[in-house]
Design a binder for this molecule. Structure first.
Ligand SMILES: [Zn+2]
Length: 272
């Protein structure tokens, strides 16, 4: 009887020790908090998986790539949380934006189940994103952005942070809907039209395009010539802002959109 009582005392004492943090030998006083702090998450990166749903789930849970969230293509749409936001997911890879590099540790990644593109006899075709999927995605983005105070200009597609090697989320991803939801900046159409008329008369040179693309955030060569790397950056830019034509060719409309976007005071969409 007495032995039993001693044993239960030892069990109770060790439970208390674990609860109070004694087990690790570290005691912390958390009664004070610094006012100077912010989330380590600065960027939100959007992808398509280019795989069906079962394969997306398998690859993103069992292989060396991952994402915090996977938005399914089922209806109603399932949103899987595969990586806790306090952890790094392996989704951005080699990446750059506004002078920041290797964005995995400072970003949250959302993968969307979508097959991407297929090349056929009539050229390349992209799979559309069903509206029910986007209707689930937008509240998810709003929630993440609000909690981490991610800036509107840091909500990006994978292609934008890695234009030399990634095509996702592709030209059919509805960025305009994110703008209409008040999440991202969007160029005002009337300002674009006015500037475009001027640029039709005289198109800025490649040096101007390269400077503006870099100013907007893309890692862009500053070579003064339209090389493949610059074309790829222009394709990423056009696929987002002018998806009707994303051939990497510098034209008056692209110049006008770039000019409006880099004049930030005029571009944040006020509709919320
Ligand atoms: Zn991706």
């Amino acid at each position: 009887m007495k032995l039993l009582r001693v044993a239960s005392w030892i069990a109770l004492a060790s439970t208390i020790a674990i609860l109070s943090g004694c087990a690790t030998g570290v005691r912390l006083d958390t009664s004070k908090t610094a006012i100077s702090q912010e989330s380590r998450v600065k960027f939100l990166i959007i992808h398509y998986t280019a795989l069906d749903m079962p394969t997306s789930l398998r690859v993103l849970t069992q292989q060396e790539v991952s994402a915090h969230y996977l938005v399914g293509d089922d209806n109603p749409t399932t949103i899987y949380r595969l990586v806790d936001e306090s952890q790094t997911a392996y989704q951005a890879g080699l990446s750059d934006w506004k002078g920041f590099s290797r964005l995995n540790p400072s970003s949250i990644g959302i993968e969307i189940v979508n097959l991407g593109y297929q090349d056929g006899p009539n050229g390349r075709s992209y799979q559309p994103f069903p509206q029910y999927q986007i209707d689930k995605l937008i509240p998810l983005i709003k929630d993440i952005v609000a909690r981490h105070k991610i800036k509107p200009e840091n909500i990006l597609g994978h292609q934008e942070i890695a234009p030399q090697r990634k095509p996702d989320p592709g030209p059919l991803f509805p960025w305009k809907q994110l703008a209409d939801a008040g999440l991202i900046p969007w160029p005002y159409a009337d300002q674009v039209a006015t500037l475009q008329a001027g640029y039709e008369q005289q198109l800025p040179d490649i040096t101007w395009f390269q400077k503006k693309l870099a100013q907007h955030g893309y890692l862009t060569p500053q070579t003064g010539v339209l090389d493949d790397a610059t074309r790829n950056v222009l394709i990423a830019f056009q696929a987002r802002y002018r998806p009707a034509k994303f051939d990497g060719h510098p034209d008056a409309e692209s110049a006008a959109i770039l000019q409006v976007l880099t004049t930030t005071a005029k571009t944040i969409n006020k509709q919320q």
